[in-house]
Every structure is written in structure tokens, then in C-alpha cells.
Design a protein around this ligand. Structure first.
Ligand SMILES: Nc1ncnc2c1ncn2[C@@H]1O[C@H](COP(=O)(O)OP(=O)(O)OP(=O)(O)O)[C@@H](O)[C@H]1O
Length: 261
């Protein structure tokens, strides 16, 4: 659990502001009037039982739901004061707000080409620049030492835990500001999980991180702020320590103490 003595809530720099967010899949309303401030250089964990809207919500933060037919959103999400649904090109937004998924999903190409993919799309062609980006990103994702002699081997040939760190490197290669992670360790063994948790702790020095996790111990270990979701509603959001040890909402307490979920 990360307890910062250095800043109070009032002093936190807010990176993303969500106000009265509703999301509908066709006629079905999956998110109800969500309000949350996501602080810079913190880890915000989204917890709650299956089907409560965590993945739907995290996908709204970089407009990943745009590609799903019939999705309709009202309310606002502002990233550094710009409304991301009115005032942002989705491609530009996803460069700033990257996403790591539950299952590692490297492209069927070499380790090097996976990391260079995004920078190349954004127009970087110079080999030396790409080499530098690949090395820096793999170092930041704490996988360089393991993989530096296999850069030109297929990414699908490395272990699942390495693939997930490679996917994190692929996101970091385009120099995002915010990293969204949707259950990034749920397909991994405990050692790989622990490496990713250490990595998240390191990354939050430079990035804002939002993570969906089913694992409450994980939320407790790595996050600064926790939001508890239930039936598409944020029932409670606050400092992780407060949510886990002195929740104000009886529903949060029931969930945290394992009475349902
Ligand atoms: N593409 C979709 N079309 C219609 N309904 C959807 C779609 N995706 C999710 N839902 C519904 O929206 C609600 C929230 O789902 P979501 O996947 O966001 O929950 P979750 O908290 O992430 O669940 P889990 O922890 O099981 O991944 C559920 O009722 C789900 O069935």
C-alpha cells in the first residue's frame, strides 16, 4: 500500500477528470453517473465484482469503446482539461493514453519490431533513433537484460510474463503519459505477477497508471487510490488504505471483507 506523506488530496495534480459519465450498450446502461479524478503519477486501482463495469470504464479513458457498435456515452472525460470525446483525435489520444490488456498480445513479428511498431506508425524511420527507442522502452519495462540477445526472434516465442512486459514496452515506446492496464497479471504466474507489480511501482514515478484488478491484495499492494465499482456505479473512491481499512460505504466493506463478489 502506497502512503504518501508528501502531498495531500488538495495538492494532487489531476490528470483525468470524469464527470457524470453514463455509458450505454444499445439500451443497456452499463455505467451510471461516474465521477472520479485520476491523479498524476499515482496508481489508481478499479476493483469490484465481475460485470460491474470496470473494463467498460477503463476503455472509456482512451476511447477504446468507440469501436464497439451501439455504444453511447454522455457526460465528460477531460484529459489535462481537454474533453477527450469532443476535442481529441482518438489516434492522438491513444498515443498519450496507452493500454495493456489482460492477455499478452504481441504482434506476430520480432521483439524489436513489436516495440518499433508504434514509433514507425508515428513516422520515425531512422534506424539509430528506433534502436534507441527499443532499448529504452525494453529497459523501462524491465525486460531488456533478458531479451537483448533475442531482439530479432519472434515475440510469440518468449514466455507469457515476458510477453506482457514486452507489451508494456510497446506502449511505452510511443512515450505515453497515462498507462491503462486491464487485469495485466491475471493470465500470469506468481513470479511474473510480482515482476509486473514491481514494474508498476517503478513506472508510476513517470506515468499515471490506472489498473483494473480482480485481486484485492494486488490493489492493496500497488495502488494509491482505489475505486470500488458495483453494478456500473462507483460506490466509493478514496485512498487505498482508507478503502481497505475504513470504508465509509457498507457495500464497500461487504465486498472488501468477502461477503460477496
Ligand atoms: N460489448 C458489449 N455489449 C453489450 N454489453 C456489454 C459489452 N461489454 C460489456 N457489457 C456488459 O456491461 C457490463 C459491464 O461489463 P464489464 O466487462 O465492463 O465488467 P467488468 O467489471 O470489467 O467485469 P469482469 O471483471 O468480469 O471483466 C456487463 O453487464 C456486461 O455484460
Amino acid at each position: 500500500m502506497n502512503i504518501s506523506n508528501e502531498t495531500t488530496d488538495q495538492e494532487k495534480k489531476i490528470k483525468i477528470t470524469v464527470r457524470d459519465l453514463d455509458l450505454f450498450y444499445g439500451d443497456f446502461q452499463a455505467l451510471h453517473k461516474l465521477n472520479i479524478d485520476i491523479a498524476d503519477q499515482e496508481v489508481t486501482a478499479l476493483i469490484g465484482p465481475s460485470g460491474c463495469g470496470k473494463s467498460t470504464f477503463i476503455r472509456t479513458l482512451n476511447r477504446m469503446n468507440d469501436v464497439i457498435d451501439g455504444v453511447h456515452i454522455t457526460g465528460t472525460i477531460s484529459y489535462e482539461t481537454r474533453d477527450i470525446y469532443k476535442n481529441y483525435d482518438p489516434i492522438e489520444l491513444r498515443k498519450k493514453i496507452g493500454m495493456v490488456f489482460q492477455k499478452p498480445n504481441p504482434f506476430p513479428m520480432s521483439v524489436y519490431d513489436n516495440v518499433a511498431y508504434g514509433p514507425r506508425i508515428h513516422g520515425i524511420k531512422d534506424k539509430r533513433t528506433l534502436d534507441e527507442i527499443v532499448e529504452r522502452s525494453l529497459k523501462q519495462a524491465a525486460i531488456w537484460d533478458e531479451i537483448k540477445d533475442r531482439l530479432h526472434k519472434p515475440a510469440l516465442g518468449i514466455s507469457g510474463g515476458q510477453q506482457q512486459r514486452l507489451c508494456i514496452a510497446r506502449v511505452l515506446a510511443v512515450e505515453p503519459d497515462v498507462v491503462l492496464m486491464d487485469e495485466p497479471t491475471s493470465a500470469l504466474d506468481p513470479i511474473s505477477t510480482s515482476r509486473i507489480e514491481d514494474l508498476i511501482d517503478e513506472l508510476k514515478k513517470s506515468y499515471t497508471i490506472v489498473i483494473v484488478t480482480h485481486n484485492m491484495q494486488q490493489a492493496g499492494r500497488i495502488s494509491d487510490t482505489t475505486a470500488f465499482f458495483l453494478n456500473g456505479v462507483i460506490e466509493e473512491v478514496g485512498a487505498t488504505e482508507q478503502i481497505f481499512f475504513s470504508p465509509t460505504n457498507p457495500k464497500t466493506e461487504a465486498y472488501i471483507t468477502g461477503k460477496f463478489g
